[in-house]
Design a protein around this ligand. Structure first.
Ligand SMILES: Cc1cc2nc3c(=O)[nH]c(=O)nc-3n(C[C@H](O)[C@H](O)[C@H](O)COP(=O)(O)O)c2cc1C
Length: 356
């Protein structure tokens, strides 16, 4: 196996092991995708990625990180996304979407406007929701703890969004269970202090996520892959650990999760994270080995050789790149050149193709 080996999950074939990691663009109005998303995502399909994920796609309006987030909470939002899916597929890539709820990190401004809590008078909203009424930081909004009916409502919103994703033509859904957003907040003992059946043991803290997976699988066809992004470690004393991640992988695989995308962090501010080249890859490797599930490696993967080695070493089944894809939308085409692999270039670009 190597970076340019094909991969089939359920009935979906990927031309190589390279995915565009979900990346918020903070460029929507009322959750609608637009020409920015078509060009941004389309360019990366043209550039040779096997799988192109949209950014976090909010399942409810309150579940957006910012007012400019992408959304899939109403049918009207489907057509611009369906157009993007058609373009991605026409260019031999698979289109995926990441379904998300921001939880206590909702209602903030775009990063280039400071990324801080947004007042209602500035387009923010209240209440925001979390497992417990604990704010992310001293500058953050204090969330309301969800009651059972609130949990049920959000689980249903994930299911409805999965139905819309299917109708848009997406072939992969990734559940956003990472980075300190709602489902991660339930998982982490640092943000979940509940005393009911959704708090306490790992079985209880993972209950909402498992309900979301089961609800999505009711709408998401058997023949299509379901991914789950997790924060494999909170990098904090008393927080979620890699052992918890392995245990979670074992719980969710029988529910229909095909691949665990191993990111980390985001549960609390100020965690000491040893960021460096491929720093999260060991998480993907351990979850793959001990959880017996396919994994995705993400985070500071930038060079073709590095990405190729991750696949060759059996540390992950896919690599997901984010910022490197912003630097170079044609990264897979360039990586193929470096690794001396033959890949098809878009016919329109054929005259620029390197000839060995
Ligand atoms: C602009 C930007 C937006 C992001 N938005 C999301 C997102 O919507 N969902 C998500 O799971 N991660 C998001 N991330 C995290 C990336 O998917 C990725 O995990 C992280 O950037 C590490 O990979 P990299 O070193 O290749 O950039 C975002 C990252 C960037 C740079």
């Amino acid at each position: 196996m190597h970076l340019f080996s094909t991969l089939t999950i359920r009935d979906v074939s990927f031309r190589n092991r390279i995915a565009v990691s979900p990346m918020c663009q903070y460029s929507c109005e009322d959750g609608f995708a637009n020409d920015w998303h078509l060009v941004h995502l389309g360019a990366r399909a043209v550039g040779g990625a096997a799988l192109v994920f949209t950014e976090a796609n909010a399942v409810t309006p309150e579940g957006r990180i910012s007012p400019a987030d992408l959304g899939l909470w109403k049918d009207e939002q489907m057509e611009p996304l369906a157009r993007i899916v058609r373009f991605i597929e026409k260019n031999a890539a698979v289109a995926g979407t990441q379904l998300a709820h921001a939880g206590r990190k909702a209602s903030t401004s775009a990063p280039w406007n400071g990324g801080s809590a947004l007042e209602v008078s500035n387009g923010g909203w209240r209440p925001i929701h979390a497992p417990s009424a604990i704010p992310f930081s001293s500058e953050s909004i204090t969330p309301e703890a969800l009651d059972k009916s609130g949990i049920t409502r959000i689980v249903k919103a994930f299911r409805d969004a999965a139905r819309r994703a299917r109708e848009c033509g997406f072939k992969v859904i990734e559940i956003h269970g990472a980075h300190g957003y709602l489902l991660n907040e339930f998982l982490s003992p640092l943000s979940n202090h509940r005393m009911d059946e959704y708090g306490g043991s790992i079985e209880n803290r993972s209950r909402m996520l498992r309900e979301v997976i089961e609800a999505i699988r009711k709408e998401w066809p058997e023949h299509l892959p379901l991914f789950l992004r997790i924060s494999a470690s909170d990098w904090a004393e008393g927080g979620w650990t890699i052992q918890d991640s392995v245990a979670l992988a074992c719980m969710v695989k029988p529910l229909g999760v095909d691949l665990v995308d191993c990111s980390s962090g985001g549960a609390i501010p100020g965690a000491k994270i040893p960021v460096g080249a491929g720093y999260q890859v060991p998480f993907a490797a351990q979850v793959r080995r001990e959880g017996d599930v396919m994994t995705g490696a993400v985070g500071m993967i930038t060079s073709p050789q590095q990405a190729d080695q991750i696949i060759r070493n059996g540390e992950a089944d896919m690599v997901l790149l984010a910022r490197e894809f912003l630097r170079d939308p044609n990264w897979p085409l360039h990586a193929a050149q470096v690794l001396e692999q033959k890949v098809d270039w878009p016919v329109q670009y054929d005259r620029a193709k390197p000839r060995h």
